[in-house]
Design a protein around this ligand. Structure first.
Ligand SMILES: CC(C)(COP(=O)(O)OP(=O)(O)OC[C@H]1O[C@@H](n2cnc3c(N)ncnc32)[C@H](O)[C@@H]1OP(=O)(O)O)[C@@H](O)C(=O)NCCC(=O)NCCSC(=O)CCS(=O)O
Length: 378
């Protein structure tokens, strides 16, 4: 990471990603939703741009950028296609961050290099059917047998799992130890005993796969455990902290795309003899939406800047995710309202973005989880 971090991020990188997003992501976002897939060519191009290595140091073949630039990069990608922003976000942080911050050099050599170049798409397997917000309530069991663990259990709501690559996951190694009985592991998604049980149907972000996973007598060598036995929960919670800044940035990007469309529409659309943007009801609504959007962006960049400076950022990360994800829904609602009946039609992007942005209030910790953490910090 550079020694000094500009509050505006690295503009060369952001301009490059913005161009890519405008030219390669946004034009096909609706089609991607219909096809429910992200084209392998786009994944390869994102890899070439260094986007999959954005949180990984050069030493491990990454293209590490500072957290402010990373947040702005995610905003740009999300403005083009929310589904792709989720792929990039989950891949980098929390997934790559776990390997980078807690992996051994041998693990980094074997896994992080491939993740950083995009050869592997990363997934983060914490959530289980009975363990969402209550994240320590895992049932997936890893039983030590000699120099390996035998893993049985399931995971729920795991992004990117249908894409070739690697999976960081968490399992119970000591049921008697509660939160200190969880451990982290990494596998290839081709690992025997691992399978994608289901790719979920969902409201939005349909091009991004959300999967249920199954582990059936899956043997994992001890050297694929990340960190010490019992450290898994701390590893998970600490990496979710930076992941949440990423979700806030995604929220800002998607909402920006909806608002830009609505402003353009309001300028063009005529009613009662003038552009509807000149009517106070419309203009005030859009002005308020833009204000909320900017507040969300500034809170997100503030959290990212604290992270860049190595200062405590948990509170700001939770505030950013809470505020930005909820503001984004409000901004998308205002955008739909501006288009009237057209805003409700699938022919117009605001309809899709409204559905895409909704999950930002849920994944990587619901709004209520953010409030719970913030309440504890009062
Ligand atoms: C709701 C929760 C916040 C509750 O947390 P707990 O009360 O169970 O946790 P604690 O006892 O406070 O902490 C346990 C342990 O971890 C240390 N810790 C906590 N936070 C941090 C941090 N930010 N950095 C470093 N260390 C941290 C804490 O000090 C404790 O250690 P000691 O015991 O003191 O040594 C929590 O359960 C929660 O956040 N729930 C939401 C989970 C969530 O976001 N899930 C989504 C996962 S994403 C997924 O699986 C799919 C990804 S995807 O594909 O989109």
């Amino acid at each position: 990471m550079p020694d000094t971090v500009s509050p505006h991020g690295d503009t060369l990188i952001i301009d490059m990603v913005r161009r890519f997003s405008e030219e390669r992501l946004a034009p096909l976002a609706a089609e991607r939703e219909k096809q429910k897939r992200i084209e392998p060519e786009i994944i390869a191009e994102l890899g070439e741009l260094g986007v999959f290595g954005a949180t990984t140091p050069a030493e491990w073949d990454g293209s590490e950028i500072d957290p402010v630039t990373y947040a702005l990069l995610l905003e740009e990608i999300a403005a083009g296609d929310g589904s792709i922003s989720t792929m990039v976000s989950v891949h980098n942080s929390p997934t790559c961050i776990v390997v980078n911050n807690f992996g051994t050099d041998a693990q980094k050599d074997r896994w992080l290099r491939k993740l950083a170049t995009g050869e592997h798409v990363g997934s983060f397997g914490l959530t289980e059917p009975q363990a969402g917000s209550d994240a320590s309530n895992l049932k997936t069991r890893a039983v030590k047998k000699g120099d390996r663990y035998v893993v049985n259990g399931s995971k729920q709501f795991i992004s990117n799992a249908a894409h070739p690559g690697s999976l960081v996951f968490f399992a119970v190694t000591d049921p008697a130890a509660g939160k200190k009985g969880l451990s982290a592991f990494i596998i290839d998604k081709t690992h025997p005993g691992f399978s994608v049980a289901r790719v979920e149907e969902k409201l939005g972000q349909k091009a991004s796969d959300t999967c249920a996973l199954s582990f059936d007598d899956m043997e994992v060598p001890e050297d694929q455990r990340i960190g010490a036995e019992g450290e898994g929960y701390k590893i998970a919670l600490s990496t979710l902290e930076s992941g949440r800044i990423g979700i806030a940035a995604q929220s800002v990007g998607m909402a920006r795309a909806a608002l830009d469309y609505a402003v353009g529409y309001a300028r063009e659309r005529k009613a009662f003899g003038s552009s509807i943007i000149d009517f106070q009801a419309v203009g005030f609504r859009l002005a308020e939406a833009k204000t909320r959007l900017e507040a969300a962006r500034q809170l997100t960049l503030y959290a990212a800047r604290l992270k860049a400076e190595g200062r405590p950022s948990l509170e700001a990360a939770c505030m950013a995710k809470l505020f930005a994800s909820e503001a984004a829904e409000a901004v998308c609602t205002a955008s739909i309202q501006t288009l009237g009946g057209y805003g409700f039609l699938a022919d117009y992007p605001v309809e899709r973005i409204y559905r895409d942005v909704r999950v930002c209030q849920i994944y990587e910790g619901t709004s209520d989880v953010q409030k719970l953490i913030l309440q504890r910090m009062l």
